[in-house]
Design a protein around this ligand. Structure first.
Ligand code: GDP
Length: 195
């Protein structure tokens, strides 16, 4: 798939205010603050600054909708796991995301981003478990692949699979710096939105 257009549409505080009346399938992008989610989305759609990193990560609890090729939405989830976020905001995040995953009919799949250098956190595992529970097609993407050697990458892929309890799961390696994984990820997104 070639990305020919990408437009910001709306920031929604929850499922009740998501776009209505359209037929566009949605693909969610989830991950910890700082995992490289904005960089990955910008790289995918060939834009420098479409998806933006918030200056105070984790405080804006919004679903950001980007319409791609006038055919499907990328839905950028709020990053999780930022240490300074108050417990009340964290609880609100969980409720909002779970409500969306559970009830949003247009949701066709989720890309879960994990930093290749780190063992998945409890929140990463919880997100993965929710996706399994609600039977949402999920792509695992390891970000910042350029930061590790090939042998370290292989080691970390195993660490990630073990933490998620999925020894056979495919993990796509991605680098926003080099573009590694970009074409493959776009093909996988195409399969999700045009089954
Ligand atoms: P977000 O909070 O998940 O949206 O993360 P950002 O996209 O803002 O990235 C967080 C930091 O990681 C920034 O300093 C980026 O420059 C850096 N970063 C993101 N992706 C990559 C990557 O693929 N390779 C390298 N080396 N750095 C990256």
């Amino acid at each position: 798939m070639k990305v020919t257009s990408a437009e910001f549409v709306i920031s929604s505080p929850g499922i009740k205010l998501c776009p209505e009346g359209q037929e566009y399938p949605e693909i969610g992008f989830a991950g910890r603050s700082n995992v490289g989610k904005s960089s990955l989305i910008n790289k995918l759609v060939n834009r420098k600054n479409l998806a933006r990193t918030s200056k105070t990560p984790g405080r804006t609890q919004l679903l950001n909708y980007f319409l791609i090729n006038r055919a499907f939405y990328i839905v950028d989830f709020p990053g999780y796991g930022y240490a300074k976020v108050p417990q009340s905001v964290r609880a609100g995040w969980g409720k909002m995301i779970e409500g969306y995953l559970k009830n949003r009919k247009e949701l066709s799949g989720v890309v879960l981003l994990l930093d290749i250098r780190h063992k998945p956190t409890a929140q990463d595992v919880q997100m993965f478990d929710w996706l399994q529970h609600y039977e949402i097609p999920t792509l695992l993407v390891a970000t910042k692949a350029d930061k590790l050697s090939r042998s370290q990458q292989i080691k970390q892929e195993k660490v990630i699979r073990t933490a998620l309890g999925r020894e056979q799961e495919k993990i796509l390696l991605f680098s926003s710096l080099t573009g590694q994984g970009k074409d493959e990820l776009l093909s996988l997104l195409e399969e999700i939105v045009q089954p």
